[in-house]
Design a protein around this ligand. Structure first.
Ligand code: NAP
Length: 169
């Protein structure tokens, strides 16, 4: 599909967060929630993901059916199947220019979320109702940027409950 000149893509953030703010542990997600993975794949399909190198490494590839821009200052690192940018602003400009018609998605990790959140007009957050041990966190003050919850749906995986929520500014 062809992008209309002058029409920019919206920028959204998507994340799953434990009750204590943890998003990752030793380069991995600390939980296994198939419904959340499906949610992530469905929402981001047709758009452009902006992620850090550790996230790219965790996924092991650029996901099919969407664009990917990896933000890295290290020119030695390669990201087959993805575009690269040396900072978040360049990544957003590049994502705007790619021929995917869906939104731009800020998909982590820790610093990309912290820098990207002020640019986002919507937050897709899966709130996991348990604390987890971890070493990566979502900005604790995210609700400063998003004040209106516009949608939510509860889910459960074995004895782990969670809620999908969409927030707007
Ligand atoms: N729960 C969730 O929804 C979710 C989502 C995503 C990730 N995660 C978790 O988070 C962890 C991975 O994230 P992470 O925080 O470790 O790593 P990351 O953001 O994927 O990568 C960190 C690297 O990104 C580059 N970078 C970050 N910010 C930059 C900037 N502003 N400008 C240029 N380069 C920048 C730097 O690498 P260079 O040295 O190459 O410049 C930095 O070392 C994993 O545990 C993963 O499971 C969880």
């Amino acid at each position: 599909m062809v992008l209309l000149k002058g029409v920019s893509k919206p920028i959204y953030c998507i994340v799953a967060v434990a009750q204590n703010g943890v998003i990752g542990s030793q380069g991995r997600l600390p939980w296994h929630i198939p419904e959340d993975l499906t949610w992530f794949m469905d929402q981001t399909e047709g758009g452009v993901m902006i992620e850090g190198p550790n996230c790219y490494q965790e996924l092991g590839k650029a996901l099919p059916g969407r664009g990917t821009v990896v933000v890295s200052r290290n020119e030695q690192k390669s990201f087959p199947g993805a575009e690269r940018a040396k900072n978040l602003n360049d990544a957003i400009a590049l994502a705007q220019s790619l021929p995917w018609t869906g939104p731009i998605w800020i998909t982590g990790g820790e610093r990309i979320y912290a820098e990207g959140l002020p640019h986002c007009t919507k937050l897709y957050i899966t709130r996991i109702h348990r604390d987890f041990m971890g070493d990566r966190y979502f900005p604790h003050d995210w609700s400063r940027h998003f004040t209106k919850k516009v949608w939510s749906k509860d889910g459960c995986e074995k004895d782990l409950s969670y809620t999908f929520e969409i927030w707007e500014k």
